[in-house]
Design a protein around this ligand. Structure first.
Ligand code: NAG
Ligand code: NAG
Length: 482
C-alpha cells in the first residue's frame, strides 16, 4: 500500500523533474531568444523536423547539447555539405563531432549513398541523365565506387581519386540544389559548403538574421571565369528562399538541364551560378572577406581583414576544424559572460593564432610574402611573375638596393619601409619578398645554405598597428542592398 506521505514525495519528485527539464530546455535556447545580437531570423513559416527524427541523425538536438551552450539555434537555416566518397571518411566525422553538432538541420551530399556514424549521406548524382553519363570517363570513379566490394579507399588504389574526384565534382551542385529544395522546402536560407569548409555558426546566424530571405539573394566570395562572376564553392555560398524557389520550383528538372554543360566546364560552383542566372536571374553578391576562402594560417591580416566578421573559412583539415571549434566556443562563452556579445572578427583570429607566435625570424618557414620582390636581375633568369612585382630601381632606398643579398638585408630593407609597403618578409635563394599584410604561414622542408627559406615579421610595426586598431568601433559587415 502507498502511504499518503510516499505519494506526496513521489509527486514532489515528479514536479521537480519537470521543472528541471523545462529549465534546461530554456537554458539551451537562451541565446536564441534573449541575446539581442543573436536573435534568429524567424520569418514566419518554419519547417517541421523530419518525421521520426530529432534532427538529421543520431544525436541530441543542439538545444539539449551542453557542447552548444550559448550557440544560437534558429530553425530557418539549412547547411548543405558537399563531399566525395574518396574523402568523406576523412572529413565528415570531424564536422559531425564539432560544427555540425550545433547546427539544427543539415544535409550531406556525396557521390555515393552512405551512412557515416548513423548520419545519412546522399548521392548527389543519382539523378544525372543517362545521356551525360554514358561513355563519359568523368563517371569512372562513380561507377567504380558503386561496384566496390570493399572500402572505397581500397578500390581507389586502382585509380587516381584526387583527379577523378575533381572531374566528378562539377556535376553535383545543381543537382544538390534541386534535391535539397525537394527534401527541405521550408527554409529561409540554404548554406552550401564543402566538407573542408569551416562554418562560424554564431556569426552566420546573426548575419542572416539581418537579411531578407524573401529577396533573391546569392551571397558568396566572387571568383571569375571568362568574365562571369560566381561564388567560390569552397568558401561556401548562401542562397535565399526566394532564389531557391525561382531556381528549383519554377524549373522542373533543372539538375539534368545542366549535365551536358557541366561536362564542358571546369567547376560545379560555376555551373551553379550559370543555372541561377539563366533560370532565376540572380547574380552573385560579393561578401568577401566575410565569406572567405582562407584559414587561420593563411589569412592576410591588415586593414582589409580586421574589423570584419567572418562566417566561413576553407581548406581546413580535421585538426584545424577541431582547434578552431574549441577557440570559437571559448570566444563565445567569454562574449556572453561580458554581457555585450559581439561577433567573432578577423582580428580575433589574429590575436588567437598569430600574435602569440610573432617573431623576428623563423627558419624553414613560408609566410606567403609575395607583394613585392627584390632580386639581382643579372644573377640569373627570373620568372615573369617575379620581375612583374619589382619596383623601378630608381625608387630604391639604400637598403632596398641590397635587399636581395641575404635574409638580414631583406629584413633591414623591410624595416626601412612604411607599413603600407612591408610588415613581413621572406628570403630564399637570392630572392627577397615583402608583404603588406601579416600572415602566419607554414613550415617548409628544411634546406641547407642559400636555398633555405627564412621568413620574418616586422614585429614592431605590427604591434604598433594592432595596438592602434585594438578596438573596432565599427563592425564591418559586407555591404548588401537589402
Ligand atoms: C530527376 O530528373 C527528372 C528529369 O529532369 C525530373 O523530372 C525529376 O524531378 C528529378 N528528380 C529529382 C529527385 O530531382
Ligand atoms: C606560406 C606560403 O605560401 N608562403 C609564400 C612565401 O613567399 C613566397 C614567395 O617567395 C611564396 O612563393 C610562398 O607561397
Amino acid at each position: 500500500m502507498f502511504t499518503r506521505k510516499s505519494i506526496t514525495i513521489a509527486l514532489c519528485a515528479a514536479f521537480s523533474l519537470l521543472l528541471l527539464l523545462a529549465t534546461s530546455r530554456r537554458l539551451g535556447g537562451w541565446t536564441a531568444i534573449d541575446d539581442p545580437l543573436y536573435q534568429s531570423g524567424g520569418h514566419g513559416h518554419h519547417p517541421p523536423p523530419p518525421p521520426g527524427h530529432n534532427g538529421p541523425g543520431p544525436r541530441p538536438h543542439p538545444s539539449e547539447n551542453p557542447d552548444c551552450a550559448g550557440y544560437p539555434i534558429p530553425d530557418n537555416i539549412l547547411v548543405i555539405m558537399k563531399t566525395g566518397a574518396s574523402e568523406s571518411f576523412n572529413r565528415v566525422p570531424t564536422q559531425l563531432m564539432t560544427v555540425l553538432k550545433c547546427v539544427p538541420d543539415f544535409l550531406i551530399f556525396s557521390d555515393m549513398e552512405q551512412k557515416i556514424g548513423g548520419y545519412p549521406v546522399y548521392d548527389s548524382l543519382s539523378n544525372v541523365s543517362a545521356e551525360a553519363m554514358e561513355g563519359n570517363s568523368d563517371f569512372d570513379l562513380y561507377r567504380r565506387q558503386k561496384a566496390c566490394p570493399v572500402d572505397v579507399e581500397g578500390c581507389n588504389k586502382q585509380g587516381n581519386p584526387a583527379t577523378e574526384g575533381w572531374n566528378l565534382d562539377k556535376y553535383k551542385n545543381v543537382h544538390m540544389a534541386e534535391q535539397t529544395y525537394k527534401m527541405r522546402p521550408g527554409y529561409d536560407w540554404y548554406v552550401f559548403v564543402d566538407a573542408d569548409t569551416y562554418v562560424l555558426w554564431p556569426n552566420l546566424v546573426h548575419w542572416l538574421g539581418k537579411l531578407n530571405p524573401n529577396k533573391k539573394h546569392y551571397l558568396g566570395s566572387v571568383t571569375l571565369i571568362q568574365g562571369f562572376r560566381f561564388g567560390h564553392g569552397g568558401s561556401g555560398y548562401i542562397v535565399s528562399k526566394a532564389s531557391m524557389k525561382a531556381l528549383v520550383d519554377e524549373n522542373p528538372g533543372v539538375g539534368q538541364k545542366y549535365d551536358l554543360r557541366a561536362k564542358r566546364e571546369c567547376c560545379g560552383d560555376y555551373v551553379f551560378a550559370l543555372a541561377l542566372k539563366d533560370n532565376a536571374d540572380v547574380s552573385v553578391e560579393q561578401m568577401w572577406p566575410t565569406i572567405n576562402g582562407e584559414k587561420p594560417a593563411t589569412l592576410p591580416f591588415g586593414p582589409w581583414h580586421w574589423c570584419h566578421p567572418i562566417v566561413t573559412m576553407h581548406h581546413m583539415n580535421s585538426e584545424e576544424i577541431n582547434t578552431f571549434w574549441e577557440f570559437e566556443r571559448r570566444f563565445r562563452r567569454e562574449q556572453i559572460a561580458s554581457g555585450k556579445p559581439r561577433p567573432l572578427l578577423i582580428k580575433d583570429i589574429y590575436h588567437e593564432y598569430l600574435e602569440p607566435k610573432l617573431k623576428r625570424e623563423q627558419l624553414d618557414w613560408d609566410n606567403k610574402s609575395d607583394d613585392r620582390f627584390y632580386v639581382d636581375i643579372s644573377a640569373k633568369q627570373w620568372d615573369e611573375g617575379t620581375l612583374h612585382r619589382m619596383k623601378p630601381a630608381n625608387e630604391y632606398n639604400e637598403l632596398e638596393k641590397v635587399a636581395h643579398r641575404s635574409a638580414s638585408d631583406c629584413e633591414a630593407a623591410c624595416k626601412s619601409l612604411p607599413p603600407d609597403d612591408c610588415v613581413q618578409y621572406k628570403y630564399e635563394d637570392g630572392k627577397c619578398a615583402m608583404h603588406r599584410s601579416f600572415i602566419l604561414g607554414k613550415p617548409v622542408p628544411k634546406k641547407e645554405g642559400a636555398k633555405q627559406s627564412i621568413s620574418g615579421w616586422d614585429v614592431e610595426k605590427i604591434k604598433e598597428w594592432t595596438e592602434r586598431e585594438k578596438v573596432c568601433d565599427k563592425i564591418q559587415w559586407p555591404n548588401l542592398s537589402s
